[in-house]
Design a protein around this ligand. Structure first.
Ligand SMILES: Cc1cc2nc3c(=O)[nH]c(=O)nc-3n(C[C@H](O)[C@H](O)[C@H](O)COP(=O)(O)O)c2cc1C
Length: 407
């Protein structure tokens, strides 16, 4: 097991020594590649002594390039891990820059890449960083989300390097996966709905809900990374859709219904992560309702049931639904699974800490039509997206586990 450990210029660089040691405990041979900035934080000698291998610190080091070093190392590796990864290296990776030892290794490596970001909370939340992260994810790079807590800069929030044990566990999980599994949705067309829908009361007012769309967008990124074609149909959100997805923007449940029905036939997997409005005003006047001291009564009528219609038309397609519940989640989830003819339902108690709307994490329970129940503990929405696809592949798509085996 050959691992390149990339170290970049941040306070947490010293923790890379512990990551290296734990990787060795797992039997890995580790070679360290440092950016010039990383050397401001920790000496290459530490890594040289711990790894028993020379450390690559300079792209143009005389004597090193009789065989071009960064290419040789990239070919040698089974995995490239960057821990900690600065906002700067993430941006360079995303844009394909290659002006230091680590970026040149990244762009010439064909092995899986895992990065563990560490930075100030605002650097992490910045749109530039988040867009770069999304680009890398869509490209198949595994991101180990930073943890929340007190940061070296004195601020509190997400940005702290994940614990070395978590980083090493994730690296081992990636290495254990057979290479075919990483692209296990090649040939699948995944149709995903995301976000809220909005129902007009009049030309200026509307009813909506608190869905952020994060779960649906995470599902789209995960499906793309695993090789699927993705159509993402989304209500209004603040998120940037993955560039590789076919993106359809909608406003109301009716518009989402029409878009889904237009594209359902080309899909092989349908994931309904949108929180659609179940009711809409019966009357939608064409001019603004005047303010008045009298109470205003708005009669609501049900909107089209997209999930039920997809369930009716599904044929051999796999259909995954989500159910946001506030009481008896498993019981309600089972009922919805049967009523709507779903293959899988992911139920979450939106009142539980770390789950629900507008947070980056989720937790829930996956129930499938064969009765399997999988607990999904608190994790990032991106990780949860992968766990859902892992289950679909394992339970329904693997050739050795077909419908006839299930009887
Ligand atoms: C004291 C100090 C701490 C820093 N900590 C971080 C950090 O935690 N995360 C980060 O992204 N950048 C951090 N930076 C900024 C990076 O060092 C800077 O962006 C540098 O260009 C990164 O280069 P590299 O990505 O090539 O290693 C820090 C800078 C200083 C001076």
């Amino acid at each position: 097991m050959n691992i390149i450990l990339g170290v970049t210029g941040c306070i947490g660089a010293y923790k890379a020594a512990e990551v290296l040691r734990q990787l060795q405990e797992q039997g890995a041979t580790v070679r360290v590649v440092m950016t010039p900035s990383a050397r401001q934080f920790i000496a290459p000698l530490t890594f040289e002594a711990l790894s028993g291998q020379p450390v690559l610190t300079d792209l143009f080091q005389p004597g090193l390039n009789t065989r071009i070093k960064h290419i040789e190392i990239a070919r040698w590796a089974d995995l490239l891990l960057v821990a900690p990864a600065t906002a700067h290296i993430i941006a360079k990776f995303a844009h394909g820059l290659a002006d230091d030892p680590l970026t040149t290794v990244y762009i010439s490596a064909t092995c899986p890449t895992v990065i563990a970001p560490a930075m100030n909370v605002e650097m992490w939340r910045h749109a530039a960083t988040q867009e770069n992260i999304a680009t890398l994810r869509a490209r198949g790079v595994e991101i180990i989300e930073p943890e929340s807590g007190f940061l070296a800069c004195g601020e509190v929030g997400p940005g702290r390097l994940a614990e070395p044990a978590r980083i090493v566990a994730r690296v081992m999980a990636v290495l254990r996966r057979p290479s075919s599994e990483r692209r296990d949705l090649v040939g699948q067309h995944v149709l995903i709905t995301a976000g809220p829908t909005c129902e007009d009361i009049d030309p200026v007012r509307f009813i909506t809900n608190r869905s952020s769309g994060k779960m649906g967008y995470a599902l789209a990124e995960a499906a793309l990374a695993r090789g699927a074609d993705v159509t993402l149909i989304s209500g209004p959100t603040h998120l940037r859709p993955p560039r590789e997805a076919r993106f359809i923007s909608v406003w109301s449940t009716e518009e989402m219904y029409e878009a889904v029905m237009r594209h359902v036939n080309e899909a092989t997997i349908i994931v309904k992560a949108a929180a659609v409005a179940d009711f809409r005003p019966r009357e939608r006047p064409s001019s603004k309702i005047k303010k008045s001291p009298e109470p205003l009564h708005i009669e609501l009528e049900p909107t089209p049931d997209i999930l039920a219609e997809v369930g009716r038309r599904k044929g051999h397609r796999l259909v995954v639904g989500f159910a946001a519940e506030t009481d008896h989640p498993i019981e309600h989830g089972r009922q919805k699974l049967a009523q709507k003819n779903l293959d899988v339902i992911v139920v979450n108690d939106v009142t539980a800490e770390g789950a629900g709307f507008d947070v980056d994490t989720n937790r829930g329970t996956l129930i499938d039509r064969r009765g399997d129940i999988v607990e999904l503990p608190l994790m990032s929405k991106r990780e949860m997206a992968d766990r859902i696809f892992d289950h679909l592949v394992e339970a329904f798509l693997r050739p050795e586990r077909t419908e006839s085996d299930e009887e």
